[in-house]
Design a protein around this ligand. Sequence first.
Ligand SMILES: Cc1cc2nc3c(=O)[nH]c(=O)nc-3n(C[C@H](O)[C@H](O)[C@H](O)COP(=O)(O)O)c2cc1C
Length: 341
Amino acid sequence: MKEWMNILSLTKPVIQAPMAGGLVTPRLAAAVSREGALGSLASGYLSPQVLEKQIAEMQALTSRSFQVNVFVPESRETPDEKALEKWKTSIPLAEQAPPMTTEEQDWEDFYEKIKLIIKYKVKACSFTFGMPPAATVRELKDNGCFLIGTATSIEEAVALEERGMDMIALQGSEAGGHRGTFLPAKGESSLGLIAFIPQAADAVNVPVIAAGGIFDRRGVQAAEILGAQGVQVGTAFLMCAESEASRIYKRELLAAQGTDTRLTSLFSGKPARGIVNEWMKQKQSEEADTLPYPLQNTLTKPMRQNAAAQQDSGHISLWAGQSAGGLHAATDVKTLLDQLC
Ligand SMILES: Cc1cc2nc3c(=O)[nH]c(=O)nc-3n(C[C@H](O)[C@H](O)[C@H](O)COP(=O)(O)O)c2cc1C
């Protein structure tokens, strides 16, 4: 039994990836935790009030360990005025976009979520898009919380260990959803897991887990051979009956081939891997001048919400990893975990 699994009383070396945007509810996360893997609540885009309800619901559904994932606020970049005007007129329904939060409000939201994690004695907390402040790390650790950071490079893995993370999730280039990158890279901020896992495992002393493109036992075993102590799986959980992915999202996942995804900033302003759809095709030549995150995300929100209501898969973000081509049927949490372990 690996030490991190012991600390969290797990029987399976699998973390269900936190997936923000209403895709994961306590129903899915609790089903995962009940099977002996680590269920995750995703607090990104949730208000502290909704997160508090979800944590309470989770604790009513299971006494097993689970984690809460938190976005680390980033410094805001000033958008190019010409680009801003262009996107305001070319993104459908952009005029209905809600006001953007300030960086200060994002930090207030962050600290309120940390307070809840401590109040409810949540066993584990993970971070993406950056490193939590040192004082937050100390406070969480003093309260017995196990901390997981997200790295997309060796430099980030080393920095996260120095900041005090107990474990590091290595997000490979295969991964679905947003890149967690927070340090600049000379080349690309994305490494395939075959190269990434052994280099990171050699570079840090804390355990590493692998995230990206894993959908069955072979991926789990390969990650372990390469030096990972477990895996974090996202896309494959979207196909579970317990997930809140919509019917059209699941349909697109089932139809997708391995080469149907790519990285795009067109939805949010931050690179994320998703299934290529109409919006991505239509605006491909404008990738380079998308607005900085989270401005692009705010402006595309009404378009995405409207498309979801109309069941139009062409204008919602269909985040998915390269594993999408390996998903052939609707499933449930128990069956998927049996397939992984
Ligand atoms: C729909 C979706 C939403 C995601 N949201 C988050 C998130 O809120 N926080 C986070 O740390 N990672 C998020 N991720 C990334 C996952 O943690 C993980 O890196 C990825 O799912 C692994 O690749 P896979 O999807 O191929 O399994 C998301 C991934 C997907 C597919």
